[in-house]
Design a protein around this ligand. Structure first.
Ligand code: ATP
Ligand code: MG
Ligand code: MG
Ligand code: MG
Length: 473
């Protein structure tokens, strides 16, 4: 089943069960408590909270999502992306656990035709009701239901808002993928594909339950790319129809064949994945900057450039290009579902091109500085050598290395990074800059992008909203 059919199968199923269909909202959420749209429920949050009344009590949607907490998983696990599509069915004070569980099972087994004997579920340790309903409403035996604690099976936004226990569906991909014993033991062999949240509590920003929500809600998410892994019989999200052409393009540009070397494969996946996320972020109005969403974008693009470098590319100065042709490929491939990509083509390519030229010109020297620092840290004979915060600051200031990228490179070399010293130096610099009323160096100044955006000048461009939001962060 191709990814388009996976999406339509989901939406059609829930429309047939009385849900109203919604198109994807922007990656820039209306909700000020989160940086990016991290889940399909976010556009509906006022309805869940009882702050507004939905036109119908059942909804289904496909939603573009971006998650920064998964950046360093990308390329290394078979299942994590920083940008993915979440398919969801939602109940606003209408149906609750029974229907959500029954429909999740019917969809998985009858429509997606997953082998019912390989499905496992987890429930929250205190949620007897959910376990009883799994046993009563589906064919799943008690032996394939596991209970997990709050960390895994209690959902909330980590800010004041709704929360509640959840139940997750997993698929056993077999021995070749890892250890037996269910998802509690191995979350790569048992691939989580669908998550049902039973929103019943209102929480404060520390996670304390303040009380019951005015109505019992259901919020679910099924990962399109993960379902594609299961239905297309491939090993990981990068080999699905959604990614294979991007991976191939990254291979062409860097002269690297996929599937020959594990480390180089990681780099190819990172390049393909981060280019995809970057294109979508820019299309929704995010521009590279030092903070907030803009920092996320910059970090992704620079991480991709670093992986191009690891594959032996010389990006920037010598004219080799990676990000620019990659985002073009993303637009080609994804525009049938996301026409905004085509509308923002000129902005996306300009931003990607400018960022890689700027950072590409500096990264080689920066990496030399990194190597020196690693060598000298190791030569101290210390058991746990540290990467000096001072060098991290210099890398940031002179060579445009996002701190998280430096931390990652240091960690790859077995060094921890002194973040406290880095933060102190950053603070001093900010104070100096404020005193001198001049800007610090952080790569291409925001005005350049603002000009580029103004020249593009389409009516539905959201960049200015993005810039305002950034100033508030
Ligand atoms: P995992 O435990 O594998 O990190 P999760 O529990 O964090 O996943 P949820 O927050 O429950 O994921 O999101 C709902 C669904 O969205 C998941 O069941 C999965 O199918 C999909 N999903 C979540 N995170 C990602 C990601 N980083 N890349 C691709 N799909 C994802
Ligand atoms: Mg996760
Ligand atoms: Mg999980
Ligand atoms: Mg989950």
């Amino acid at each position: 089943m191709d990814s388009l059919s996976i999406r339509n199968t989901f939406l059609d199923f829930f429309v047939e069960h009385g849900h109203r269909r919604y198109e994807s909202a922007s990656l820039i959420p209306q909700d000020p408590t989160v940086l990016l749209t991290i889940a399909g429920m976010l556009p509906f949050k006022p309805w869940f909270m009882g702050d507004a009344t939905p036109p119908t009590p059942r909804a289904t949607s496909y939603q573009k999502c971006a998650r920064t907490n998964d950046i360093e998983n990308v390329g290394h696990t078979t299942r994590h992306l920083t940008f993915f599509e979440m398919l969801g069915n939602f109940s606003f004070g209408d149906y609750f656990k029974r229907e959500a569980i029954r429909w999740a099972w019917a969809l998985s087994v009858e429509h997606y035709r997953l082998d019912p004997e390989r499905i496992w579920v987890t429930v929250y340790e205190d949620d007897d009701e959910a376990e009883q309903l799994w046993l009563a409403e589906t064919d799943i035996p008690a032996a394939r239901i596991q209970r997990l604690g709050a960390e895994d099976n209690y959902w909330w936004t980590h800010a004041a808002g709704p929360g509640g226990p959840n139940t997750e569906l997993y698929y056993d991909r077999g021995e070749a993928y890892g250890h037996a014993g269910g998802p509690a033991v191995d979350d790569e062999r048992y691939l989580e594909f669908y998550n049902l949240v039973f929103m019943q509590h209102e929480l404060d920003d520390a996670g304390n339950v303040l009380g019951q929500l005015p109505a019992l809600n259901v919020d679910t998410g099924l990962g399109l790319e993960r379902m594609a892994v299961l239905l297309q019989g491939v090993d990981n999200v990068f080999e699905t129809d959604l990614f294979a052409p991007l991976l191939a393009r990254a291979g062409e540009l860097s002269g690297t064949a996929y599937g020959e070397d594990a480390e180089r494969d990681v780099s190819l996946r990172v390049i393909a994945e981060h280019a995809r996320t970057s294109a979508f972020l820019i299309a929704d109005g995010v521009l590279p900057s030092k903070e907030g969403r803009g920092y996320v974008l910059r970090r992704l693009m620079r991480r991709a450039v670093r992986h191009g470098q690891l594959l032996g590319m010389d990006i920037g100065s010598s004219g080799q290009q990676l990000l620019l042709p990659m985002v073009e490929q993303v637009i080609e491939q994804m525009r049938p579902s996301y026409p905004d990509l085509e509308r923002q083509r000129s902005l996306i390519t300009r931003v990607a091109g400018a960022e890689e030229t700027d950072f590409g010109a500096r990264i080689r020297q920066g990496l030399e500085r990194v190597d020196q620092a690693i060598t000298s840290a190791r030569s101290t004979g210390d058991d746990a050598p540290a990467f000096p915060g001072e060098v991290a600051f210099e890398l940031h200031d002179t060579f445009g290395f996002p701190i998280d990228l430096t931390a990652e490179i240091a960690a790859d070399a077995g060094l921890s990074l002194d973040r406290g010293e880095f933060d102190a130096l950053m603070q001093q610099q900010r104070e100096r800059a404020r005193a001198a009323a001049k800007k610090g160096s952080g790569g291409i100044p925001a005005e350049t992008y603002r000009e580029a955006a103004a020249q593009v000048g389409t009516t539905d461009f959201l960049g200015y909203r993005g810039l305002t939001a950034e100033a508030e962060l």
